[in-house]
Design a binder for this molecule. Structure first.
Ligand SMILES: [Zn+2]
Length: 272
């Protein structure tokens, strides 16, 4: 049985740690926030206002939103706050987002499953504290507990109570399928908890996944898939793990699954 994300080998993901070279940062700025275009120079005053962003946010209905709606919002944020110059500064980014959305999630004791690994739980708690409050609240209100586990080599998110190997559910937990979510991390890579919480957000929000996939499809319309094995011959990818690599700053961005993707998360991760 391999019930969950068999493909998300997040902890061995290449280039996971941010590369801070100027060239990468410039490409990154473009990816996350778009380049300057004509629209940017129109209505400068309006676009600099807090209200402009608030109105955009209010206008987005995730059920019907397109990638362009999200990109427009990202650009507006960057226009007002120059976020792309604060990449790597979690405190500062949190402060900027806090102007528009309540930040800082807390997952109370009774939402952590018995048997959770203390160190991994601590890392996840830290990550939740930098993310929107809603994200922790979604878990808190879901009726599920989070099982935090450690594995020397990999990280993943799974529905249900999973063993750290990722190969089977941990049936010693009652209601192991519907009562739990599992995040496994190595404890070494600090970005993995942030990454896997992103998959949790996707789990609760399928519209987010739809938007991610639409964006990858738009960007890679005429491209044939490439095997990850051919891009990273030294990493243990299976022969059927493919991406459409486009000119993404990380080919992993072009990877998606039936019910999850990597775009949104890789975007976040590059800002850490
Ligand atoms: Zn992933």
């Amino acid at each position: 049985m391999y019930p969950f994300h068999p493909n998300c080998l997040c902890s061995i993901m290449p280039a996971e740690e941010r590369n801070s070279s100027v060239k990468t940062d410039n490409i990154l700025k473009k990816l996350l926030f778009g380049g300057k275009d004509k629209e940017d120079s129109d209505n400068n005053e309006l676009r600099l206002s807090k209200k402009y962003i608030d109105d955009l946010m209010k206008g987005i209905d995730l059920k019907t939103a397109t990638p362009d709606d999200i990109i427009k919002l990202g650009k507006a944020f960057n226009y007002r706050y120059n976020m792309s110059d604060n990449i790597g500064n979690k405190e500062k980014l949190k402060e900027m987002f806090a102007n528009h959305r309540e930040m800082g999630g807390v997952v109370p004791n009774n939402r952590w499953a018995k048997g959770s690994n203390k160190a991994i739980r601590k890392q996840l708690e830290e990550a939740f504290s930098y993310y929107p409050k809603d994200w922790a609240d979604t878990l808190n209100g879901s009726g599920r507990q989070m099982l935090a586990r450690k594995h020397p080599k990999r990280g993943f998110f799974s529905e249900g109570a999973a063993k750290a190997s990722g190969r089977e559910y941990d049936v010693k937990y009652d209601n192991y399928l519907d009562g739990y979510l599992t995040i496994v991390s190595t404890g070494v890579r600090k970005t993995t908890p942030y990454h896997e919480i992103g998959h949790m957000v996707e789990f609760f929000n399928k519209n987010l996944v739809r938007i991610e996939k639409e964006w990858v499809d738009q960007r890679t319309k005429d491209e044939k898939p490439t095997r990850l094995l051919d891009i990273f011959p030294n990493l243990p990818y299976g022969p059927y793990e493919v991406v459409k690599k486009d000119n993404f700053i990380d080919p992993y961005i072009g990877k998606y699954y039936d019910d999850a993707a990597e775009v949104f998360i890789m975007g976040i991760q590059r800002t850490l």
